[in-house]
Design a protein around this ligand. Structure first.
Ligand SMILES: [Zn+2]
Ligand SMILES: [Zn+2]
Ligand SMILES: [Zn+2]
Length: 142
């Protein structure tokens, strides 16, 4: 379930938001599923706002720090970002490789004493696949 789009000021957790940053938030709200910074830059520019990739990178960093956006995985070398309503509880994401739909998933990691005696302090897990809609499309197309 997508979260409704907050106003830009709340998204940045800041009282002062430039019109450029507002446009970046609005563009992010029009993108379905996970997106890269490059895709967000393109979506922002399509709103007749001049925004360089570096500017959008910084805005995405701020939106990630405020919790409005999360990094949910990777496509090639590019990080994928999305809005996620799972909150601050520990969770991971499953990302549809076709449409970019993102869902939060439970943690699949079980550390065992057999792992070389390590005390594991953090881990990174992202699951990729096809969402039910894309799976249906895939089967019908076959
Ligand atoms: Zn999440
Ligand atoms: Zn999909
Ligand atoms: Zn985990």
């Amino acid at each position: 379930v997508p979260i409704p789009c907050d106003d830009a000021r709340r998204a940045f957790g800041d009282a002062r938001v430039s019109s450029q940053r507002r446009a970046i938030v609005e563009a992010a709200c029009t993108l379905r599923g996970a997106f890269t910074v490059e895709e967000l830059t393109e979506a922002t520019r399509s709103r007749d706002v001049s925004a360089g990739t570096a500017t959008v990178y910084r805005a995405v960093g701020a939106l990630e720090a405020s919790g409005w956006l999360e990094q949910v995985g990777k496509r090639g070398e590019s990080a994928l970002y999305a809005r996620c309503d799972a909150g601050s509880r520990h969770h991971h994401h499953v990302v549809c490789e076709r449409c970019g739909r993102v869902e939060a998933t439970e943690c699949p990691v079980r550390v065992s004493p057999a792992d070389g005696g390590f005390v594991v302090t953090r881990h990174e897990v992202t699951l990729y696949g096809l969402c039910p809609a894309c799976m249906q499309h895939h089967e019908q197309g076959a």
